[in-house]
Design a protein around this ligand. Structure first.
Ligand SMILES: C[S@@+](CC[C@H](N)C(=O)[O-])C[C@H]1O[C@@H](n2cnc3c(N)ncnc32)[C@H](O)[C@@H]1O
Length: 266
């Protein structure tokens, strides 16, 4: 078992990301046209100033930069210094350097003034922050009156992975759970946004079934988290992953991880 601090691992595994994961994320996080419904409620317009909180290597930032046009600006913010470098490089290569600014942060604060942005988007990040309410309050601070905060996140308690069934998936997830601060984030987002005082909060759930194994990387990471400090025999975790790989080969695999889209209007 590798030595880790189980209390801070949910954050540490983003501060230091292994090269293999970085390479995989650059592909996994790229925006694809079929993802457009995820952004629809945010109503991004040309000329908007938009924050991409937890931007990773910049896949969503690129799509936001396209949408805000030459008169807009995207601020990408992330805890991982390497992702920030990669995002700067990616957006420059794609010709969007002038309408993007990237910020490396380590204190859960947004380095922007009060009421200075039109939209704040946060995709698949809030399960990793130490204080969800404080981060949502920070989002509210930077958004202008009339602006929107749009949060997209999963709820790991609603994950379906066949062929594992309920018990084996629960065994694997229990061993990996220290990699998430708030794994069941999806279901609390609505009440967290209401408590934070947004005037109007809308919730949608989008779910699709991956039958081709496109999301296998997510499960591969989960197995590695489980093997890094989790209460599972590493050979058992590998055996569960082998079952998953086998079902992908046989064409019987299916993974469903619903995405909560929670949009607050200020
Ligand atoms: C699952 S990735 C999602 C990346 C991107 N938002 C996307 O969906 O394509 C989570 C991202 O959140 C970042 N992150 C984790 N905790 C954070 C925190 N407390 N503040 C800012 N970024 C954080 C990680 O470094 C990583 O880039």
């Amino acid at each position: 078992m590798n030595t880790i601090n189980k209390d801070t691992y949910y954050r540490d595994h983003w501060v230091e990301v292994e090269q293999e994961r970085v390479d995989a994320y650059q592909e996994l996080f790229k925006w694809r046209p079929e993802m457009d419904p995820l952004l629809a409620p945010a109503d991004i317009q040309e000329g908007h100033i938009v924050v991409d909180y937890g931007c990773g290597p910049g896949g969503l930032s690129l799509e936001l930069a396209r949408r805000v046009g030459a008169g807009g600006l995207v601020h990408g913010i992330d805890l991982n210094a390497q992702f920030i470098k990669l995002a700067v490089q990616y957006l420059a290569e794609e010709g969007f350097a002038e309408r993007t600014q990237f910020h490396h942060v380590s204190d859960d604060r947004i380095p922007l003034p009060d009421q200075s942005v039109d939209r704040l988007i946060c995709k698949n990040v809030l399960e990793y922050v130490p204080d969800v309410s404080a981060t949502i309050a920070e989002f509210r601070r930077v958004v202008k009156p009339g602006g929107k905060v749009h949060i997209l996140d999963s709820d790991w308690g609603m994950l379906v992975v066949e062929p594992l069934g309920h018990e084996k998936l629960a065994e694997l997830f229990a061993a990996a759970e220290h990699a998430y601060h708030t794994p069941r984030i999806g279901r609390i987002l609505y009440s967290e946004m209401k408590k934070a005082g947004y005037a109007d909060v809308a919730v949608k759930i989008l779910a699709s079934a991956d039958t081709r194994g496109r999301s296998a990387l997510v499960l591969h990471n989960m197995v590695n988290y489980a093997k890094t400090g989790g209460d599972i025999d590493p050979a058992r975790a590998d055996a569960l992953y082998a079952e998953i790989r086998q079902s992908i080969k046989e064409g019987t695999f299916m993974m469903i991880l619903p995405q909560f889209l929670v949009t607050g209007q200020l």
